[in-house]
Design a binder for this molecule. Structure first.
Ligand SMILES: [Zn+2]
Length: 521
């Protein structure tokens, strides 16, 4: 025979840990030896069962993708292969269906099948029967192994040994369960930060920006960080099928109490963010029609044109372009906020709640919380004490915020000022703020400033532009501009009557004289 037989050597890495004796290298060595003995030419096909599972069409079970096997079958179909060589029959196929494909192919193409343990002549009933039986036994053995493994897992978990399911828990070595110092530090800090009110989003942004990735090498998302912080593994708890079954023997990152705290805190935050109605446009349901007194709502005939319109449509009722109307009302509100007596305004708007006292209390709690760090540093308190104290203070602050929140329903100004002691959270002086305060500034002073500005190269601050406004009032303005359209609308509705008069038919430019913004008595 002049033609050399073309052999396809199929190698498969099994995921079965007990099967490591049969790595791909060992399989290759034996198969190549067999081919060499017989004088066959060789093409290799390799699959790795450690890769991801895929769903087979028409089946709910997931199977490992086997691109190598599929390539092999395609080459057999195309007549590029005369023989298949694999270490054992159960290396070649894991499912009876796959064997039947090979048998069909063998019948059509006169395909030889060789294994280290012996050849199967798939052209004879005995050969096919042997191949099938080997497959059945391999499968049975695999299933028994898997059941044994499950029982072993359960026992392991009950004995509290390190044995996490799924991907590596962040901050732990996946094999030994020993904390990885850098990651553990980071995650512990995140847990405290979150309890202190830092947002998950903020933390994720920070970490992603500094190139800190999850244990699977992905970017952090709110969901992943939240899931991590809620993982009982960090409190040293052993979970089996969703239930805590034992105390683990590995070093926890935080106490079971803190774990419970995180659970309570993170679930409370989730429910708080569910808000039924949020105004998207600040004057929706706030400004009134000059004809009938009905409220105006935003309508958008096309994306570039939005307008506030009376719901009683038709001649006589009011519709006004949204952008200039909002701009005009905003300026009026800011003028008011720049002049109002902040403290009196708050007292008047919230007669039943002493928001001054609450705010003072809140500020002292925040200061106390700051001291905790010092006490920890100086060794007067240990980390557990600090965590416990910090949780208590966080709870107290939340209670005060709830009261201030309550007061807010009566007086939205309180919402703007609730954090008045905390100027860190204020937005930076952006172009929008500077443009608005420039409109409030004394024109002469502004002209002077602009002359000075030509000489210095750093930008103006709001304080420079409007030095006559007290810091409280300026902060009120900052907060108002940073507030959502919903809060802005609430504040306007509480402080002003905004009425829009109808314009002369045919006149398209915005006339501020037709809009009255009158403080409520
Ligand atoms: Zn109307």
């Amino acid at each position: 025979m002049t033609n050399t037989l073309r052999a396809a050597v199929y190698l498969r890495q099994s995921k079965d840990a007990e099967d490591n004796r049969l790595g791909v290298d060992r399989q290759r060595e034996d198969c190549l030896e067999l081919c060499a003995k017989r004088g066959w030419s060789v093409v290799e096909y390799v699959d790795n069962d450690l890769s991801a599972s895929v769903s087979m069409p028409g089946s709910r079970r997931k199977y490992k993708a086997r691109p190598g096997f599929e390539r092999l079958m395609a080459d057999v179909r195309d007549g590029k292969v005369d023989a298949i060589v694999s270490w054992d029959a159960d290396r070649l196929y894991r499912h009876p269906r796959e064997l039947e494909d090979i048998i069909d192919m063998a019948n059509q193409k006169q395909l030889a099948l060789a294994t280290i343990g012996g050849d199967f002549d798939l052209g004879t009933p005995t050969g096919r029967g042997t191949a099938r039986m080997k497959g059945v036994f391999a499968r049975m053995e695999m299933e028994q192994k898997s059941a044994r493994q499950k029982r072993a897992n359960k026992q392991l978990r009950e004995s509290g040994r390190w044995n996490p399911a799924g991907s590596r828990p962040y901050a732990y070595d996946s094999k030994t369960g020993v904390p990885i110092e850098f990651e553990a530090k980071l995650l512990k800090k995140a847990a405290t930060d979150v309890l202190n009110g830092k947002s998950l989003r903020g933390l994720c942004l920070e970490w992603n920006d500094s190139g800190i990735l999850t244990s699977t090498g992905a970017q952090w998302t709110n969901l992943v960080l939240r899931r991590s912080l809620l993982n009982p593994v960090y409190a040293g708890l052993v979970v089996h099928e969703g239930e805590v079954v034992a105390q683990g023997k590995w070093e926890p990152l935080w106490s079971v109490k803190q774990h419970e705290g995180l659970k309570a805190f993170l679930s409370q935050r989730a429910s708080r963010s569910k808000v039924a109605f949020i105004r998207q446009h600040m004057l929706s349901g706030v400004a009134k029609c000059g004809e009938c007194g009905g409220r105006l709502y935003l309508v958008r005939p096309n994306p570039s044109r939005s307008a506030y319109s009376c719901r009683t449509r038709g001649s006589g009722h009011v519709a006004r372009k949204a952008a200039p109307l909002e701009e005009h009302v905003t300026l009026e509100v800011l003028r008011y906020l720049s002049e109002c007596d902040v403290a009196t305004g708050l007292r008047e708007s919230t007669p039943e709640v002493d928001t001054d006292a609450l705010r003072a209390q809140r500020a002292s709690l925040k200061a106390k919380k700051g001291e905790l760090a010092t006490l920890l540093r100086t060794g007067i308190l240990d980390a557990d004490d600090v965590t416990r104290e910090s949780q208590i203070i966080t709870k107290d602050i939340a209670a005060i915020d709830a009261q201030l929140d309550q007061a807010t329903k009566a007086g939205p100004l309180a919402a703007l000022m609730a954090d008045a002691d905390d100027t860190e959270g204020l937005p930076a002086d952006d172009d929008q703020l500077l443009a608005y305060v420039s409109a409030l500034a004394d024109p002469e002073h502004l002209a002077q400033l602009q002359e000075q500005l030509a000489e210095q190269d750093h930008p103006l601050t709001a304080e420079q532009i409007v030095p006559h406004i007290s810091l409280d009032n300026l902060n009120l303005i900052r907060r108002w501009l940073a507030a959502s359209a919903d809060i802005q609308g609430k504040v306007i509705d509480q402080l002003f009557d905004v009425t829009v008069q109808k314009s002369t038919p045919g006149v398209r430019t915005f006339d501020p004289a037709l809009v009255s913004v009158v403080p409520k008595k």
